[in-house]
Design a protein around this ligand. Structure first.
Ligand SMILES: [Zn+2]
Length: 179
């Protein structure tokens, strides 16, 4: 299967709201976050996102990005993982009559997307698709991509750019060690 499922598209887009290389962040402020959530159809009510809720999104994104880094062999930062766990513990989900997961009805509108992102992530883990979603092994890039290779072996978002960058660097360091 080459086309990513909807849950992967969502998690990928959320993880890529931060661009490490460009040092930009699409959801850096509560207002920007609200705009992003609306553009994705995850939030329809206009309203302000409280600062502590904004922090929850940041914690979830950081935690997800750590997991995606683990898919290319990076060691996840335990603190970032724990922060995402604490955040998730505050966003309960329920099982619907059809057997799917849904945000608990008591969650305020601005918190529901957090539970929806968690549900999307759990779907990916359940189907095994999560391992195709990866954070580029080139740390100055950090772009999250969907690995379409047959054996899930890709480590860089782009072999041309990031793969070669990484190879050039290890070549340079080998040269330095040799002299
Ligand atoms: Zn890259």
């Amino acid at each position: 299967m080459l086309e990513p499922p909807a849950s992967a598209v969502l998690v990928e887009a959320f993880a890529n709201t931060i661009d490490v290389e460009e040092a930009s962040d699409e959801i850096a402020t509560p207002v920007a976050l609200a705009g992003w959530l609306k553009s994705r159809g995850l939030l329809d009510e206009p309203g302000e996102i409280p600062a502590e809720v904004h922090e929850s999104y940041m914690a979830l994104r950081a935690g997800i990005r750590e997991e995606l880094g683990a898919h290319v062999g990076d060691t996840p930062d335990p603190e970032r993982r724990a922060a995402a766990d604490r955040m998730l513990a505050e966003h309960p989900v329920l099982i619907t009559a059809r057997g799917s997961l849904t945000p608990a009805p008591g969650l305020p509108a601005e918190r529901r997307p957090l539970a929806m992102l968690a549900i999307a992530w759990s779907e990916l883990v359940t189907t095994g698709d999560a391992t195709r979603l990866k954070r580029c092994a080139e740390h100055t890039c950090g772009w999250v991509f969907w690995d379409v290779s047959k054996n899930h072996s890709r480590r860089w978002c782009s072999m041309k750019v990031c793969g070669n960058r990484s190879k050039a660097r290890s070549y340079a360091s080998r040269q330095r060690q040799a002299t």
